[in-house]
Every structure is written in structure tokens, then in C-alpha cells.
Design a protein around this ligand. Structure first.
Ligand code: ATP
Length: 349
């Protein structure tokens, strides 16, 4: 039986990456049936809005989504959702999608690959980022023309929920340590509450080591000694920044997969944005979305297909012959995808 999966190709390089991921799924015979649920600019062309209610409904009904990156407007905007019970405005399209689907956790496993990641080849860490609150709640206001402020909101319920997710993830995937990242020496109330919640939850997991790092020190040690980290759990903004830092250390945003989890729905997407600077040129690195696809297959219980994909990616990167420009090569998205598909067949043999 095939698993129905909602598919949103996204903007910019999104459609190129989604096509690559679909080809790799085909190469490993992943039993998935795609159901199109457009959001973003392609949805505007078809439905006149960025987050059509029909797409959101199908995503919720199917519970599993593969999504290409979306273009978030820089200085203006907010994403509007016209729900049957009223209109809602969210700070950005990505934030809107997460809120509408009730997704509270953004998971970003970042690992290095030899030889393309150089000194960071042995890095293997997982960032667990809370995505419903913190300074990204969208509670902002201008005070006159020369001042503006934003609210950093942290709640016990959301902090405990994300901590629980991090420790459960550690148990399920054989990880040994969970590190809380915060700035509780300055933000005593907000980050202090977050840290306290992680410590409380940690007490229920005696088999998993736990500690904490200030966000500035965590950044330093991530660059100096990434092997010191295993699973890291943190509020929204630190997670946003540190996961891009980790991807940069691994060698490219194009290597970094991601997933978002809620109680009922899971959405899988690359860690990067729509990269408009290279969209349509056929040179985007598809590995980020292909590895997000492997996470999706893990979630569906198709572990063997997921492992084959991960092994194939590792093989192709180890050979370092077919690499896209972000990794220092001159291969196209298609050539790298074909190399990974071929490697999937080798891995099976
Ligand atoms: P956003 O605001 O949505 O994060 P952005 O343009 O700031 O968008 P990205 O889209 O993530 O950030 O791109 C940052 C840089 O990384 C760009 O130069 C982009 O070309 C590059 N990049 C991102 N993803 C890939 C990829 N898959 N392959 C190659 N280069 C990539």
C-alpha cells in the first residue's frame, strides 16, 4: 500500500529540488503517492492566495507533507489565511504554515560528509528548535518613527513540550546527550524559564546526559569543537541562527535537511530558503531535500528505503566527482540527482 503524502513544490529552487527528491524516491521504490497541495507563489497563480485553505485542509488530513522552500517577503507582508471561521494573519508564510498545521518543533539534523566537509566531516548534531513562540511570535510595534520593539514570549507549556521532544528523540535514535541553549544570564525570566523546563524534563531521562550552554558559547564551541554536541534544544531564534551556522560548517546549506513536527502533522523541508539567486539555473544542490525525504520515510516507518538514500548520498559525496557549485564542483542538479539514483541501486545490490 502506498502512503499518501501532501506535496508543495514551493518557490525559487523548490520545484527543482522536489523533482530530484521524487526521482530518488522512485529509485529506491519508496511506496509514496503524491497529492499536490500548492502554497506560496504557485498557489497565488492558481488560487489567488499564498496559503489556500484547500491545501491546508489536505495537508492536515494526510498528516505528512513534503515542501519545497518558500519566498518570505523581507520588509512587508504577513501571510493571510482565509479559514471558514475567519481570516488570520501570520508574520510570514513559513510561520503561517507551521501555525496552521500546529507544528511546534523544527528538527535539523546537521552532519558533515567526508571529504566535502573538511575538518567538520565528523560533525553529527541535531538541532531541536521550538517554533511557536520566542521573539518570532510576531508581537511587534513601532513607538513613534525612531523606535520599535518586539515581545519575546516563552511559556512553560511550549518549553516542556519541546524539551520532551528532544529527550524522546534522543532515546529513539540512540543519542546520548541533550544540551539546552539559552541566554539565561541576561534574559533571566524568559530564557530562565526555558532552561528550568529543560532541566525538569531531563530529570525524567536518567539514561540521557544533559547540560546547557549560553548561545554565544554554543556558537563558539560549534565552530571550535562540534563533536562536543549531540542533540541541542533551544528557543526559536537561537535555533534559526545556529542551524544555518551548523549547515555552513558542514559545507553548504544544500546539505541540511529539516522536518517540522506537531501532534498530528509532520512536514519535511530543506533547512534553507528558496535561493532566488540560483533559481532556474539548474545548479541547486538537491541533497538537503533528498535527505529531508529520508526523514519523511523514517517517519512513515520505511526505514530501509531511508537508510539506502542516506548511504547513497554518503557514497556520492565520498567520491567527490559529481558535486554542485556550492560544494566546489560544476555538476548540475540533474547530474547529482542521477548519481545519487545510481548509487541507490548499488547500495541495494
Ligand atoms: P530566506 O530568507 O528564505 O532564508 P535567503 O535567500 O536569505 O532566503 P537562502 O535561500 O537559504 O537564504 O540562501 C542563502 C544562500 O545559500 C544563497 O546564496 C543560496 O544560493 C545558497 N543556497 C541555499 N540553498 C542552496 C542549495 N540547495 N544549493 C545551493 N545553494 C544554496
Amino acid at each position: 500500500m502506498k502512503h499518501p503524502v501532501a506535496l508543495a513544490a514551493g518557490d525559487g529552487i523548490g520545484p527543482e529540488l522536489v523533482e530530484a527528491c521524487q526521482e530518488v524516491f522512485q529509485a529506491v521504490g519508496a511506496p509514496v503517492e503524491w497529492v499536490e497541495t500548492p502554497v506560496g507563489r504557485s498557489a497565488v497563480a492558481r488560487f489567488g492566495e499564498e496559503l489556500p485553505w484547500s491545501s491546508l485542509e489536505t495537508m492536515k488530513e494526510l498528516g505528512v507533507v513534503l515542501k519545497g522552500p518558500l519566498i518570505a517577503e523581507r520588509l512587508s507582508g504577513g501571510a493571510i489565511v482565509r479559514a471558514p471561521n475567519g481570516t488570520r494573519v501570520h508574520p510570514s508564510i513559513n510561520n503561517g504554515l507551521r501555525r496552521e498545521l500546529d507544528l511546534y518543533c523544527n528538527l535539523r539534523p546537521v552532519r558533515g560528509f567526508a571529504p566535502v566537509s573538511g575538518w567538520y566531516s565528523s560533525m553529527d548534531l541535531v538541532i531541536v528548535r521550538e517554533v511557536t513562540e520566542d521573539i518570532y511570535s510576531g508581537i511587534e510595534r513601532s513607538i513613534g518613527e525612531d523606535c520599535a520593539e518586539a515581545v519575546k514570549r516563552i511559556t512553560r507549556q511550549a518549553s516542556r513540550r519541546i524539551a520532551q521532544f528532544a529527550f524522546e528523540y534522543a532515546v529513539r535514535y540512540g543519542r546520548r546527550r541533550v544540551t539546552a541553549v539559552h541566554k539565561a544570564n541576561v534574559l533571566h525570566k524568559t530564557d530562565g524559564l526555558f532552561l528550568q523546563c529543560v532541566r525538569e524534563v531531563a530529570a525524567s531521562y536518567p539514561g540521557i546526559a544533559s547540560d546547557d550552554r549560553m548561545v554565544d558559547a554554543a556558537s563558539y564551541y560549534m565552530v571550535k569543537d562540534p563533536a562536543a554536541f549531540d542533540v541541542l534544544v533551544m528557543p526559536n531564534q537561537y535555533g534559526d541562527i545556529l542551524s544555518d551556522l551548523a549547515a555552513g560548517l558542514a559545507g553548504s546549506l544544500g546539505l541540511a535537511p529539516g522536518a517540522n513536527f506537531g501532534e498530528k502533522t509532520a512536514m519535511f523541508e530543506a533547512a534553507h530558503g528558496a535561493a532566488p539567486d540560483i533559481a532556474g539555473k539548474g545548479i541547486a544542490n538537491p541533497i538537503s531535500l533528498i535527505l529531508s525525504g529520508a526523514l519523511l520515510l523514517d517517519h512513515l516507518g520505511e526505514r530501509e528505503a531511508a537508510d539506502r538514500i542516506r548511504l547513497a548520498v554518503e557514497l556520492v559525496l565520498a567520491e567527490a566527482r559529481v558535486l554542485t557549485p556550492d560544494l566546489g564542483g560544476s555538476a548540475t542538479t540533474r547530474q547529482l540527482t542521477q548519481a545519487i539514483c545510481l548509487a541507490c541501486e548499488k547500495v541495494a545490490a
